[in-house]
Design a protein around this ligand. Structure first.
Ligand code: ADP
Ligand code: MG
Ligand code: MG
Length: 883
């Protein structure tokens, strides 16, 4: 096996493709060499060697040493210098370079090979003794820190002492003798601290530095970074040993970093910083303030220090030309590191540049327009999850954040408002035109109207799939959930956070993208849906196969979804309509009625309200399909719970509180999610279905007449497990339809289908399909029933599961391919066996999750349905899955 790959002089043994073998940095250095770009010659020790080093008791095996030495002699030939030579010494940089970029996590040693003898040679050879000693002191500093384990502060302090002693502010003002004296001090302190002398033998230095880079793979910083970014520990890091070029060789030398385009806006303009007469880390270390690379950026930043364009126009021109080459070659925006040695430009690194969501969008669109990439590639390059950043107002990156607490980033976007503690107050405030943040311990279905009225929601309990989180995401309202460090004192209407007490009416800001809670008002950046965003979406739509619908319960949701490009409603949860305003009491009256006649009387009052809802939804969707789900939740969700609520509701309904309490208790269920709900309600109380069906068909007739567009209602029966359940409900629906359509004398097409959300339904899909016009996978319940895990109770232990490595991801957020996924595949296949081309969709939270959308594409579903604000994400993800 080959452990060492050399590069230099327009040739390289490796390629960019050998990324896993050579690490990102090594692979791209090799690639730049092959392109004929100026890269100091060097060699790369492969990533596998990192494990070899560990297995060998943290020592470099002799066989590897031999290969490295052979490589060094090749490099010596290319550089025209010899390592350790007393006349023309070769100096090296020893750099880490993992497969995934881990910026600044691991260590680098520069100027290696200097000692008391070679420093004199370097001085003679360069004709600049000051430079030689500056390099030597840098080397001792880095080597002492990285290899010998001294705190770099030790050296920083010695340097500061020396500055004080000689009365100089800038290192650039040091004379040769002053550097010499500092070098002596460095060596003394190293001797005192480690009991060893600073190694003079360049070979010892080299093995020490290579070993330290391998060892840095396991340093705590790197270990934490890997955990945060899911980088496997066994990948290891490569080591790059490279000829030094010097940015500290006088005022015609410099070092810098740049992006080929602006990483925060995406604008096509070289963007970066440099320092004259400096080396390596100086630019990022913040010791001196770096200068702008381009004149335009200099003017924009108001800096009076000259740009690279001005001071080194030739090197600048070379840099621009190289950036163009790199972009053309890599077909992506690059993040580069370079050094200029006495006017000559050298490339030290290139990689694809990290960028904001906004920049990613602009760069992709521009590159497609420049014909650098295809439109499909442009679409494929946008991270759908990052779109969230673009669809909501976000906190101005330059704003000061006064953080008072943190929870889960439950629903993206930022919001500012006065603190309120009840939904009633939120609604009232909205009427008065005030913005509020609704603060609750947790929310329940009764809070829907308050949540709607609020700018943002903050809860102190509950996870990413808590009621607050799911509903807020659905509404596109920013939400921070489970902010455990914040205490809500409802009695006194106070919120206690970070030792400060906030009263009702005090202003706070929540950042649903990061989970932060901030004091006061913070400035925001508004979303931009046209321009680059619009074009990417247009291209995505051209590439996708699946339709994207929305889950919408209200006209506002439906309108928002249309503006985000929804192509129909995949789920309208009718129960949400019953929580609005006065309706809840009519609904309660119906539930509490003693007999069928009583129920029918209340249902008659609900009918016109439902009809109006549906007419409006049909009109807004103007001919697009609308799937309406029949009443689904257990009835007691509509009923009051506390004594206080019971007292209030009893008055409204004209009942005795005691009597009401007894009725509520009678409806109590131990496992409501597995209880009297879904089609089970329809079978117990067919009059409810009849009312809902009547409302739907009457609305369809009205909307078709008003808009002139065809209306095709799709009626969806929830929680079916048996074909007979569906048959029973369908018979009621068909009867009502026949009645109304006959009477109106119009023909309206409609579909009756079912949700597949129970394992039994999935397994018996071929039989159920005989009676169903479509299936919609209700993956929230299907996940719940397949795992036997209650979604409302799962947050705590699923987190533990994740931390202990039992599961990788929350199955309520991203579909469980293996289990729930297989059930969906079975149902799709069996259903279509009975009915060729049976329409299939998904309407759980998963419908807006990119990984789950990919699964839907692979399974051949016809559409996904997701909350309005996720529609663009789903459009993009569906396109990416199809490309
Ligand atoms: P990181 O991965 O932390 O960016 P690098 O290996 O890129 O570490 O090294 C950091 C800096 O050291 C580079 O940006 C460059 O300025 C300097 N450097 C590295 N190798 C050389 C070299 N051969 N000649 C001159 N400077 C170098
Ligand atoms: Mg670097
Ligand atoms: Mg369900």
């Amino acid at each position: 096996k080959k452990w060492v790959y050399t590069f230099g002089g327009g040739k390289a043994e490796g390629r960019a493709l050998d990324h896993d073998l050579l690490g990102g940095k090594g692979a791209n250095l090799a690639e730049m060499c092959s392109l004929g770009l100026p890269v100091p010659p060097g060699l790369t020790i492969v990533t596998r060697a990192c494990a070899l080093y560990s297995e060998n008791g943290r020592a470099i095996p002799d066989s590897l040493k031999a290969e490295v030495l052979a490589g060094i002699s090749v490099v010596e030939g290319m550089a025209g210098r010899r390592f350790g030579d007393a006349e023309r010494p070769l100096l090296l940089s020893v750099r880490s370079g993992a497969r995934a970029s881990m910026p600044g996590m691991m260590d680098t040693v520069l100027n290696l090979g200097l000692n008391d003898e070679t420093v004199e040679a370097l001085a003679r050879d360069s004709g600049d003794a000051r430079f030689a000693w500056d390099s030597y002191r840098r080397f001792i500093q880095m080597y002492g820190d990285v290899v010998m384990g001294l705190d770099h502060e030790v050296f920083a302090e010695l340097l500061e002492d020396e500055k004080g002693r000689i009365g100089k502010e800038q290192e650039t003002e040091f004379t040769v003798d002053e550097w010499r004296r500092l070098v002596d001090r460095y060596k003394e302190v190293i001797g005192e601290e480690t009991g060893e002398g600073f190694p003079q033998d360049p070979a010892v230095q080299l093995w020490g530095a290579i070993g330290a880079v391998f060892a840095s793979w396991m340093n705590p910083r790197a270990v934490t970074y890997r955990q945060l970014h899911d980088i496997p520990a066994d990948w290891g890091t490569a080591v790059n040993v490279q000829t030094m070029v010097f940015g500290n060789l006088g005022n015609d030398s410099a070092t810098g970093v740049a992006f080929t385009r602006n990483p925060s806006t995406g604008e096509k303009a070289l963007y970066g910083e440099f320092l004259v007469n400096a080396q390596g880390e100086d630019v990022v270390a913040g010791i001196r303030t770096p200068q702008n690379i381009t004149e335009i950026a200099r003017i924009a930043s108001g800096s009076d220090r000259p740009s690279l364009e001005k001071v080194m126009p030739d090197a600048f021109a070379d840099l621009c030309a190289i950036c163009d080459r790199l972009e053309a070659h890599y077909r992506d925006m690059q993040d580069i590191e370079f050094t200029i040695e006495q006017g000559k430009l050298w490339m030290l690194q290139t990689r694809s540049g990290k960028r904001t969501a906004r920049a990613a969008m602009k760069v992709a669109v521009d590159m497609a327009d420049e014909r650098l990439i295809s439109r499909e590639e442009a679409v494929a390059r946008i991270d759908p999850a990052a779109l969230d950043q673009l669809l909501h107002p976000t906190i101005d990156p330059s704003a000061r954040r006064d953080i008072i607490g943190a929870g889960l980033p439950a629903s993206p976007g930022a919001a500012t408002g006065e603190i309120v503690f009840t939904s009633e107050e939120a609604v009232q405030a909205k009427k008065e035109g005030r913005s509020v943040i609704l603060v609750r311990v947790e929310t329940s279905p009764e809070d829907i109207h308050g949540m709607h009225a609020a700018e943002g929601i903050l809860t102190t309990r509950g996870g990413m799939t808590s009621h607050a989180a799911v509903v807020a995401r659905g509404m596109g309202i920013p939400c921070v959930s489970g902010a455990g460090g914040i205490r809500v004192d409802l009695r006194n209407e106070k919120l206690i956070a970070a030792g400060t007490t906030f009263a009702r009416g005090d202003v706070i800001t929540i950042d649903g993208s990061s989970g932060q809670v901030l004091k006061g008002r913070v400035s925001m950046v508004q979303p931009e849906l046209s321009g680059d965003f619009g074009r990417i979406m247009e291209w995505a739509d051209a590439s996708r196969r699946m339709t994207v619908r929305t889950n919408a319960d209200t006209p506002a949701d439906a309108r928002a979804a249309r503006s985000f490009g929804a192509e129909g409603i995949g789920l309208c949860r009718t129960e949400h309509m019953f929580f609005e305003g006065e309706r809840i009491n009519v609904m309660r009256e119906m539930i509490l009625a003693a007999d069928e006649a009583g129920r029918r009387a209340s249902l008659a009052k609900l009918l016109p309200m439902q009809r109006a809802d549906f007419t409006e939804l049909f009109s807004i969707m103007h001919g697009l399909p609308v799937t309406i789900r029949l009443l689904d939740p257990p009835l007691h969700e509509f009923l009051p719970k506390t004594d206080e609520e019971i007292a209030d509701v009893a008055v409204a309904l004209g009942m005795q509180p005691l009597e009401l309490r007894q009725r509520v208790d009678a409806l109590h269920e131990f496992n409501p999610m597995l209880g009297h709900r879904g089609c089970r309600l329809a079978i117990s109380y067919p009059e409810i279905v009849e009312m809902q069906a009547r409302a739907i068909f009457e609305a369809a007739v009205l909307a078709a007449r008003d808009t002139g567009a065809p209306v095709v209602p799709e009626i969806m029966v929830p929680l079916v497990g048996l074909k007979a359940e569906l048959d029973y409900v369908k018979a009621r629906i068909d009867a009502v339809a026949a009645d109304i359509l006959n009477e109106a004398g119009v023909g309206i097409e409609y579909l009756v289908g079912t949700m597949i959300e129970l394992p039994r339904a999935a397994l018996r899909a071929h039989v159920i399909a005989e009676s169903a016009d479509f299936f919609s996978f209700g993956t929230n319940d299907l996940t719940q029933t397949t795992f036997g895990i209650s979604r409302d109770d799962a947050a705590q232990f699923l987190n533990t599961y994740r931390m202990k490595g039992i599961i990788d991801r929350d199955p309520f957020v991203s579909i469980d391919y293996d289990g729930v996924g297989e059930l969906i595949q079975i149902a799709a296949e069996r259903g279509r066996r009975t009915k060729n081309g049976l329409k299939l969709g998904i309407c759980g939270e998963h419908g807006g999750d990119p990984a789950s959308i990919r699964f839907c594409e692979e399974t051949g579903l016809d559409y996904v349905s997701c909350s309005p604000f996720r529609v663009p994400i789903a459009r993009l993800a569906a396109a990416q899955a199809a490309i």
